[in-house]
Design a protein around this ligand. Structure first.
Ligand SMILES: [Zn+2]
Length: 237
């Protein structure tokens, strides 16, 4: 069964959590539409956000008429001085080279699409939480998340719908390369003795908040009992 849309197709595909380019590994299986369809619509946005990559177009008052677009430019800023550099990925066309070589040019740019980025994070957080819970929860929060993921999967590319569940996620970067296991739970102990909160480490490069407010990671045993999972009884019989 696909943990996102709950369909039971003839074949499921290997799903990387997080996406392979972020250092993720094959962790679970999803159906073709949820795997390729949803992935291709939102995971590039997450990668661009992670890489500080922008899409830009350039123009000048010179020989090259009109705007020229460059799909991927890495934005790097020195936080102390505010100076920044734009690093172009790959070759640029002679037109772009000419514009960039002129004394003055204009640039318009577009940052990674926030909604698509949020949906990609929601997908990884949701799938990781299902793995830690060892089940696909039939639970109001989980149902809302699945509906949001399916809506994004079925929306035209670049038009991911708004998702409160995605907006509620907190995300942190480690600023180091891939480290530790592909997925790990990190408990944050509250100083006032309150229950710990949990983050999910995505290959050690990103940390996203545990997505279910009403289902802590420790709920997995109760969920299995509720689901009438009797494999252990059978094994011991
Ligand atoms: Zn699916």
């Amino acid at each position: 069964m696909c943990p996102i849309c709950l369909a039971v197709p003839a074949a499921l595909k290997k799903e990387h959590v997080p996406n392979g380019s972020l250092g993720g590994s094959h962790m679970t299986y999803t159906c073709e539409p949820c795997n390729n369809g949803l992935g291709s619509k939102v995971e590039a946005a997450l990668q661009d956000w992670f890489d500080h990559a922008i899409t830009a177009s350039f123009e000048h008052d010179g020989e090259v008429l009109g705007r020229r677009r460059v799909l991927k430019i890495y934005f790097r800023r020195n936080e102390d001085t505010g100076a920044f550099a734009l690093v172009v990925d790959g070759d640029v066309t002679p037109d772009v080279e000419q514009i960039l070589g002129s004394p003055e040019f204009r640039m318009r740019y577009q940052e990674a699409q926030q909604r698509a980025c949020g949906i990609a994070l929601l997908k990884h957080a949701y799938l990781a939480a299902c793995l830690f819970l060892r089940s696909v929860p039939d639970h109001p929060e989980a149902r809302v998340m699945r509906a949001d993921l399916i809506a994004a999967r079925d929306a035209p590319k670049g038009q991911a719908p708004a998702s409160d569940a995605a907006a509620a996620l907190k995300v942190y970067r480690s600023h180091v390369g891939r480290q530790g296991p592909p997925l790990a739970l990190v408990a944050q102990q509250a100083e006032d003795g309150a229950a710990p909160t949990f983050l999910i480490s995505l290959a050690g490069v990103l940390f996203v908040s545990w997505p279910f407010a009403d289902l802590p990671p420790g709920a997995w045993q109760r969920l299995r009992q509720d689901a009438g999972d009797d494999t252990e009884e059978e094994a011991s019989a």
